[in-house]
Design a protein around this ligand. Structure first.
Ligand code: CA2
Length: 146
């Protein structure tokens, strides 16, 4: 089965505990379990990781090269700030789907810019936890049909 990394960035370990009006009531553990189950149902082995550290996220991306077929990343606030994360996504030469729970364009202006979007194959945002399932379907389609 194709291996997919679902990588979550800073503060997403707090999902389901605070700000449910923005990010929903589902915990990260629930999202990861749903990703593993949905992935298996569509022929993907899903590997999950989360870090609050920019360097660790980059290490996870580097480790994905040669082991994973693709990556789904919610880079959290690093989306809007991290040239290093963007360079890592470019460097690994894997299909990467950018994902956000919220519609960042409906929020503060500083969230309207994504430094990583230009080096990702696509972006899914605004659909809450369901977005991870949509992203798995999207990356499966990208890997199998182009
Ligand atoms: O909408 C998204 O998924 C974001 O990536 C979430 C980030 C935010 O900085 C991005 O602009 C959009 C923030 C994640 C914070 O997660 C929390 C979860 C629960 C409670 C507090 C924060």
């Amino acid at each position: 089965m194709m291996q997919i990394l679902v990588l979550n960035g800073p503060n997403l370990n707090l999902l389901g505990t605070r700000e449910p009006e923005i990010y929903g009531a589902t915990t990260l553990a629930d999202i990861e379990a749903d990703c593993v189950a949905h992935g298996a149902s569509i022929g993907l082995t899903v590997n999950c990781a989360q870090s609050n550290c920019e360097g660790s996220l980059i290490d996870h991306l580097h480790a994905a090269r040669g082991t994973m077929s693709g990556v789904i990343i919610n880079a959290g606030a690093y989306t809007h700030t991290s040239v290093a994360l963007r360079d890592a996504i470019s460097a690994i030469a894997l299909p990467v789907v950018e994902l956000h729970l919220s519609n960042t364009h409906a929020r503060e202006a500083f969230r309207h810019i994504s430094l990583i979007a230009p080096v990702c194959v696509g972006v899914i945002q605004g659909f809450g936890a369901r977005g991870y399932i949509l992203a798995l379907d999207a990356i499966k389609g990208h890997l199998t049909r182009g």
